[in-house]
Design a protein around this ligand. Structure first.
Ligand SMILES: [Zn+2]
Length: 355
């Protein structure tokens, strides 16, 4: 499941592509993915545009330009968001809905830079075939924009959604999240204005790539050590993994980064919360923003982004110390990384580095 760095990465990328672009067509392939009301969904979205995309934890809020509603967007376990735009003038643009299979349209080679296809993609285990053939059998919702861009929401297991929400619905949804451990760029009103209606040239976009994160001193609003430490008092009898995964307590941490945070702090994720010392709490508290920022800088772990102009493929996988490394040697002490099940989740740790 994508976590904070992955969702934030796709949010930032999509903002550059779809904000203020008129939606000319909406297709709902699976009613349940829009909460069951596809007619209402299509009516609210067609002719409208997204004025901004916000995020809280792993939930994205697509703000609509017209009408009071927003879209709540959650990728859950297997959701993918794939944007593509066949650049006008490209010979590849034949009006059909298939990219040329096997062609290296993305991945940073010359053809991509010269034109052809702009792609921004993120989500569950993206492979080249996910992007080459769209819509595919897992496509649940598709949007076509006036400038030729298209956005596909794919979801294998159907836990994800794009739901219309009133202001109260949004408010209610946001209340369920604990504080964010890091600051991410707030909606940049100026940037969105200059993005809107301007030239869709990929070259222009490439020239002004922004840093993925504005790391503010200290932590995000409300995520203080006093707050963090209090959680250990209130939830003494749960285990550390369950505590850190709880979105109502801390927004955005998931399986990957909880394991990495515990490794960085030298604490086993199956420890009873009440037995975690103050010093260990401090180490955990400092590790959380540090690891999230590093992951964000590398554009996350599960997302692969194929950018139009820079061609950079972000991936934090090489930096993982324990997650998905069971049976391999610890990078620090060479002990074999173990995998156990805690809080219903596969959990990785080093038996020597973590106590
Ligand atoms: Zn170790």
């Amino acid at each position: 499941m994508p976590e904070l760095p992955e969702v934030e990465t796709i949010r930032q990328d999509l903002r550059h592509k779809i904000l203020n672009k008129k939606i000319v067509q909406v297709k709902v392939y699976k009613k349940t993915s829009v909460g069951g009301q596809s007619t209402k969904f299509i009516q609210a979205l067609t002719g409208n545009s997204f004025r901004d995309i916000d995020r809280r934890g792993k939930l994205m809020i697509f703000r609509l330009k017209h009408g009071a509603q927003s879209l709540l967007v959650h990728l859950k376990m297997t959701g993918q968001l794939i944007y593509r735009r066949l650049v006008a003038g490209s010979r590849l643009y034949g009006g059909d809905h298939r990219l040329v299979a096997g062609s290296r349209l993305y991945g940073g080679d010359e053809r991509e830079k010269k034109g052809g296809v702009e792609i921004v993609a993120g989500g569950h285990k993206l492979s080249e075939s996910d992007i080459e053939c769209l819509p595919n059998k897992h496509t649940r919702i598709a949007f076509a924009f006036q400038d030729g861009g298209e956005l596909f929401f794919n979801d294998l297991r159907l836990f994800g959604y794009m739901k219309l929400a009133t202001a109260q619905d949004v408010e209610r949804a946001l209340k369920k999240f604990g504080p964010e451990p890091i600051e991410t760029p707030p909606p940049a009103r100026n940037a969105s204005r200059s993005d809107s209606g301007g030239s869709p040239s990929p070259l222009r976009r490439g020239g002004k790539s922004r840093p993925p994160s504005i790391a503010m001193e200290g932590a995000g609003g409300g995520f203080t050590f006093a707050y963090f430490s209090l959680l250990f008092k209130k939830r003494q009898n749960t285990n550390l993994k369950a505590l850190l995964l709880n979105q109502e307590l801390i927004a955005g941490l998931g399986n990957i980064y909880v394991d990495e945070v515990c490794f960085a702090a030298g604490v086993r994720p199956n420890r009873r919360v009440g037995a975690v010392t103050k010093l260990e709490q401090k180490k955990l508290f400092l590790a959380i923003p540090k690891i999230l920022r590093a992951a964000l800088k590398h554009r996350g772990t599960t997302f692969r982004n194929f950018l139009d102009s820079s061609g950079k493929k972000g991936n934090y996988t090489d930096f993982l110390n324990v997650y998905d490394r069971d049976g391999e040697k610890c990078k620090k002490c060479e002990e074999i990384i173990k995998k156990i099940k805690i809080a219903g989740r596969g959990t990785h740790f080093c038996p020597r580095c973590q106590r």
